[in-house]
Design a protein around this ligand. Structure first.
Ligand code: NAP
Length: 234
């Protein structure tokens, strides 16, 4: 959360932080969301996930008014991402799309293999790549012959949450490797879901961890918040 607060300060976005205790009730959290929904000087609401087990995450996300849902997790915004007609792009996939575009990589017609099907990364990532005419495959824990499927990818997005699971032998020569994973090893080292050294030997481009996708996610959160404010002015 600190990095997000810092980004707000750096970009001149007014922010409020509510660091609630772990035993906060669902009712109290929903009441806070309602207050922020109605607050005129707040254009974006972000609920840091995961929430404690006694709180229904869906109920909280559903309570955020869709036009302040800068994370794009509300079902209304998720649906709009499916149709391609959306105001808020989901932050992590949107940051990845920026990285790909800024690197001059064309997605149209490319085999895009995503490992991970979470609501916050894998699924929305598949939609954004599809909108740009990629041929998209989504892998998950039940995927058979994962290495074989990943080896088809011209663009590989690893969003698994398993340290260095994607290795160079799974990467096609010249593929683009996007590493979403943030994993802390026992010695406190931060590593991604891809084994950087071996994947870099095969890849034409690869994102590092830390410093690749993570900062872009925060940048997209700022972008969505500014967009929300601008939309309100219309
Ligand atoms: P998640 O909700 O835990 O989803 C992980 C996905 O990986 C699931 O779909 C799971 O399949 C799949 N998976 C697990 N083991 C697998 C295996 N052996 N083979 C193939 N697929 C497997 O994780 P997430 O929230 O998407 O996050 C993924 C990683 O990205 C984490 O390290 C997280 O910290 C990081 N992350 C980074 C950012 C950023 O800004 N850089 C943002 C969000 C997340 P099933 O669905 O079958 O269980």
């Amino acid at each position: 959360m600190n990095a997000k607060k810092k980004a707000c300060e750096e970009t001149g976005i007014y922010s409020e932080e509510y660091a609630l205790s772990g035993d906060t009730t669902q009712e109290a959290l929903l009441a806070l969301v309602k207050t922020l929904n109605e607050k005129d000087d707040i254009d974006g609401i972000l609920v840091q996930l995961p929430l404690p087990k006694h709180i229904d995450e869906d109920a909280v996300i559903n309570a955020i008014t869709p036009n302040k849902d800068v994370d794009a997790f509300h079902p209304v915004n998720v649906g709009r991402i499916m149709t391609g007609n959306y105001d808020f792009a989901p932050c992590t996939p949107a940051g990845i799309m920026e990285l790909i575009a800024e690197s001059g990589i064309d997605i149209a017609g490319k085999e895009c293999v995503i490992i991970g099907r979470s609501n916050i990364v894998g699924k929305p990532m598949s939609m954004l790549l599809l909108h740009k005419h990629g041929t998209v495959t989504i892998c998950h824990s039940k995927t058979q012959n994962l290495a074989e499927v990943v080896r088809r990818g011209d663009i590989v997005v690893a969003a698994v949450g398993r340290p260095q699971m994607i290795t160079g032998d799974m990467i096609k020569e010249g593929a683009v490797v996007i590493d979403v994973g943030i994993n802390r090893l026992a010695d406190k080292t931060l590593v991604g879901d891809a084994d950087f050294e071996s994947c870099a030997e095969k890849a034409s481009a690869i994102t590092p961890v830390p410093g690749g996708v993570g900062p872009m996610t925060i940048a997209m959160l700022m972008k969505n918040t500014v967009k929300s404010a601008a939309l309100k002015q219309r």
